[in-house]
Design a protein around this ligand. Sequence first.
Ligand SMILES: [Zn+2]
Length: 403
Amino acid sequence: MLVREAKLLNGTSNQYKSLDEAIRTAQFIRNKAVRYWIDNQGVDKSRLYKLSKELASEFAFANKLNSSARQASVEVAWTSISNFYRRCKEGAKKKGYPKFKKHCRSVEYKQSGWKLSDDCMSITFTDKFKSGKFSLYCDSETREDLFRLKINRVRIVRRADGYYCQFCLDVQRKESGNYTGNVIGIDLGLKYFYKDQNDHAVVYPQYLRFAEKKLKRLQRQLSKKFVRGKKRCDPASPTGARERAPRQPQSNNYHKARKRLGKCHLKVSRQRKDWSIKQARCVVASNDVVVYEDLKIQNMVKNHHLAKSISDAAWYQFTQWLEYYGKIWDKAVVSVNPKFTSQDCSNCRHRVKKTLSTRTHVCPSCHVEICRDTNAARNILNRGLEIIGIEWNQGTVGHTGTS
Ligand SMILES: [Zn+2]
C-alpha cells in the first residue's frame, strides 16, 4: 500500500466546516463502539459493524456520514481493541486499554462517498454532509499515481495549516536495490545522531535544534496566555466532549498563539521527518546489512538525563524508515537487543562498566582504546551478524549476504 497526499483547496468556510462535522461524526462512532465494547461482553467486529448501522438509524447526524466511512470508524475502534487483546496475550506491562478520543483529526472513506474528477484535479465528497468539491494541490508524481492506480481508501486529515486528503493506493512498492557488499552497525546516541563501526558519525542538524528551540518559546508564550477556569478549546474547533456548564472562552490572543504553535509543530515535524527519511535512505542504499539497536524509546524519555533531546522522535522515525527501505530494496535490516552494547568490549567481549559520561572505551583485558559509540556500534553489528549468521572480520568484508 502506498499513501499519497494532496491538500484540499478552494473550499468555502462552510465546506471546511462540514469536513469538520464529518470528522467529529467519525469520532462519535468510534467512541460509541468502544463504549459498547466496554459495556457488553463478547463483542466482536461484526457486532460493531451492526452497531454502526444502528447508530445511523438512531442519530440523524450519524446517518449523514457515508456508510463505508461509518464502518471505517468502527474498524478504527476495533484496531485499538484488538491491539489491547494482543498486548494482554503478550503479557506486556502496559496493556493500553482503549480510550475515548477527544481530538480526532481524520475521517476515512472506502470506495464510496467521494468522487475524483476525470482530470484528477479535484475531488467531490458526495455523502450527506454535502462537503462538495475541493481542488487537489499535489505534486505531479501524486497526480500520475491517482490516474494510474486503484484507490482503496480516501482519508481526510485536519492539520494546523489546513485540510489534506490522503489516498491509499493499491500497489506494493518494490525496487531493485544496488548491492554494495557493505555492512553497517548503528549506535544511536545523543552526541551524534548515530555512529557506525568505522567511526563515521552523523550529527543531528543544527537547524532542527533551532526549530525545536522556537517550539519551546512558542509553548511558553501560549501557557502565559492560558487562563485557568476558562474553556480549554477553541469554540470553533470541535472537541466532541460536551461542556457541563458554559465556560468563558480563552482570549483571542491565546488562540492566535495556539495556532502559531500548531503550525510550528507541523513545520518541525515535517523537517524532522524529511531529514530522517533521507538519512535512512542513504544508509540502506549504501549497505546490504543494517543492524541497529532496538531502543525502547518510551523508557528513554522517562530518563531525565536523556529527555532533553527531542531527537528521540527522530530516532524512532529513522528506524522505521530503515525497515521500510530494507523491505522495498530486499536488504537485511536487523534490530538487536541493546543490552550491554556500550559496556562490552567489541574486541574481546570483556565487560567494562562505564557511566554515561565516560566517552572512551578502554579495555583492561586487551588494551583496546576506542570511542565509546564506535565500540557500541561494533557490538551491535556483531550481534546482528550473529542473528543472520554471517561471520564478520573487522575491516575485511567479503560477503554480500542478504538473507
Ligand atoms: Zn577487550
